[in-house]
Design a protein around this ligand. Sequence first.
Ligand SMILES: NC(=O)c1ccc[n+]([C@@H]2O[C@H](COP(=O)([O-])OP(=O)(O)OC[C@H]3O[C@@H](n4cnc5c(N)ncnc54)[C@H](O)[C@@H]3O)[C@@H](O)[C@H]2O)c1
Length: 323
Amino acid sequence: MAKKVLITGGGGFIGIELAKNLAAKGLQVRLFDLDFTRYDELCSRLGNCPKVEKVQGSVLDTAQVSNAVKGCEYVVHLAAMLGVGRTEKKRMECLNINILGTINVLEACVKEKAKKILLSSSSEIFGEVSGAPVKEDSPKQPISVYAVTKLAGEEYLKAYEARYGLKYSIVRFFNVYGPGQVAQFVMPRFIKNVSEGRSPIVHGEGSQIRAFCFVEDAAEGAVKALLSEAGDNETFNIGNDKEPITMKDLAEKVIAISGKNLKLEFVSMIESDRKPEREIQRRIPCIDKAKSVLGYEPKVSLEQGIKKVMDINYIVDTWLENS
Ligand SMILES: NC(=O)c1ccc[n+]([C@@H]2O[C@H](COP(=O)([O-])OP(=O)(O)OC[C@H]3O[C@@H](n4cnc5c(N)ncnc54)[C@H](O)[C@@H]3O)[C@@H](O)[C@H]2O)c1
């Protein structure tokens, strides 16, 4: 019988891609989320919805989580409150969903005898890292509540492995983008503005540097970590290091790909809702470990990825109130 995998937060934009990937590899996929509106809409636009079981519930409800984990060999834990600005405003909710929610999922894994859990952690845990691309063992200097919750989640996975022998993989995603994303992040915000004929708004001088990873590549990296024994009890950076870009150049690139006649609009950090002290100037992943241990290789170029997001034309403004 096919192995069963649960994806918490499976209704989100990375969850959908993981569901497609795992189903294509022959696994039975069960999704667990507060809501599947975004999932249903995106699946119909993508035109190749995988066959999945959908379970509605919250990671804060222990009985719902246990029921969802029951019968699953693997658990992919994506459910989280994210968005650095939003999570700073809703600190307690963020701590609850991201830390207590993770503990609930771990407890359910032990109770229901799941074999392995994968956690989606974040590049945010590194904070500001000057110079070279960030390695897995680079110093951790989180500067947001969200980043601290992600780091805490990582430590809980290690503790449950040591105590109960529950295998884990941790993937730290670096700036993943794709269709169905919430427009609170720079890439979908630029694409949404430009697609609707408005100027992309650049904060500050737009000198911040990021390296973006298309969601299909990120999902493939996570699946490789989950399904391979080489990924057991290991932590990987998952991103795309090929085309680091400043925010100003990214905004120009999005305009160029759209073919529209638009100009950049600059807004000072003070006028925007961004806090200069929380701005991370430069973040590029070193993905050598994922390449050598998992055979991970991101394939989608920035231009191809941006075109795909424009073609699917589905970027939602914000999250549900309580997610
Ligand atoms: N997008 C990125 O670049 C990025 C970078 C680093 C880490 N991550 C991590 O990847 C994971 C997936 O993120 P995403 O970008 O797909 O975001 P997303 O917002 O699209 O997906 C998160 C999902 O979690 C669900 N959720 C929230 N609270 C829940 C709860 N209490 N119970 C059940 N489900 C709940 C939401 O409804 C949503 O569908 C998150 O853990 C996030 O922290 C993403």
